[in-house]
Ligand binder design. Structure first.
Ligand code: SD4
Length: 291
């Protein structure tokens, strides 16, 4: 029986290891995504996701997360949510709501509070120190505040051929209050269709959104392309197009998994990801920038 998972960055590894043990025992992709992403959210030393995540320009950790069930196309998402321990769980619960499935800012935080999701001050002392140091550097060295920040995005396939996807991030470091990127946006930060496969993104949300790249990868896999060919065809020509027509392209990386448990990746920076399937225990892989 086929089952598999893939996730962006090295930080996805332990969560995938845990969730794949459940998939092996017949667990569902929807649960696997929540289990694996929660593990990343709870780890205080990942600087870009939930607890320990780096704050916005005003020192507040504002998080984006999304959840998609590839069987039903149900989507739930939150953007700019704060003081909530596990944004992915809130997104998952919202995916059950037909009318209010994407909440932002104070409304998202209130929803989590009223529905009994655990609250937590997500700003750790360490993240605060990094924030203070960065402000100092920006002022002294005239640096761009927007530098290196990563989303965890995952796609899962279970033994019943169900697929799901999810994302979670504290977004771009030093972002303006209220800024959101691609991670909560269907088609940009994630997309999954159990009859085809799924994809998810990390990188500069402002540019990822311009190409709706997660949807495009799934669409291409639906025409019969392998995940790797779909990633190559969706991502690299778009990077070139952006450079030509917009003048520049941010850093971004996408991973894809099809409903056969095969995966692919495309990136324009050095990138790590974690993946495994029924034949290969989860591992951390390194991908080099493409052409
Ligand atoms: C965003 N895509 O908010 C996220 C951040 C990220 O590498 O993944 N940066 O734009």
């Amino acid at each position: 029986m086929t089952y598999a998972m893939i996730g962006t960055w090295r930080m996805a590894f332990e969560g995938i290891q845990k969730a794949m043990a459940d998939l092996k025992n017949g667990g569902q992709s929807t649960d696997a995504i929540e289990t694996a992403i929660k593990k990343v959210e709870d780890y205080p030393f990942f600087k870009s996701v939930s607890y320990g995540g780096l704050p916005n320009a005003q020192g507040l950790v504002e998080m984006d997360a999304a959840f998609m069930d590839g069987n039903t196309f149900a989507i739930g998402a939150v953007a700019g949510i704060s003081d909530v321990k596990n944004p992915i769980s809130v997104a998952r619960q919202l995916s059950d709501d037909h009318f209010n499935s994407f909440l932002v800012g104070a409304g998202a935080s209130q929803y989590a509070m009223f529905n009994g999701f655990e609250s937590r001050n997500m700003l750790t002392e360490r993240a605060h120190k990094i924030w203070m140091q960065r402000i100092k550097e920006i002022n002294e060295k005239n640096l761009s505040p927007y530098d290196g920040h990563d989303t965890v995005g995952m796609v899962s396939l279970d033994q019943a051929a169900g697929m799901a996807a999810g994302t979670s991030t504290s977004g771009l470091f030093m972002k303006k209050p209220g800024r959101t990127g691609d991670s909560a946006l269907s088609g940009s930060g994630f997309y999954v269709d159990s009859e085809i496969g799924g994809a998810t993104a990390t990188g500069l949300g402002e540019d990822l959104m311009k190409g709706c790249l997660s949807y495009e990868i799934v669409r291409l896999m639906g025409t019969g392309l392998s995940p790797q060919a779909a990633c190559d065809q969706a991502v690299y020509p778009f990077v070139e197009k952006l450079k030509k027509r917009y003048g520049k392209a941010g850093e971004f990386s996408l991973v894809a998994l099809n409903n056969q448990g095969e995966w692919g990746v495309a990136t324009n920076v050095e990138f790590t990801f974690a993946a495994g399937n029924q034949d290969a225990a989860p591992q951390i892989f390194m991908a080099n920038p493409g052409p």
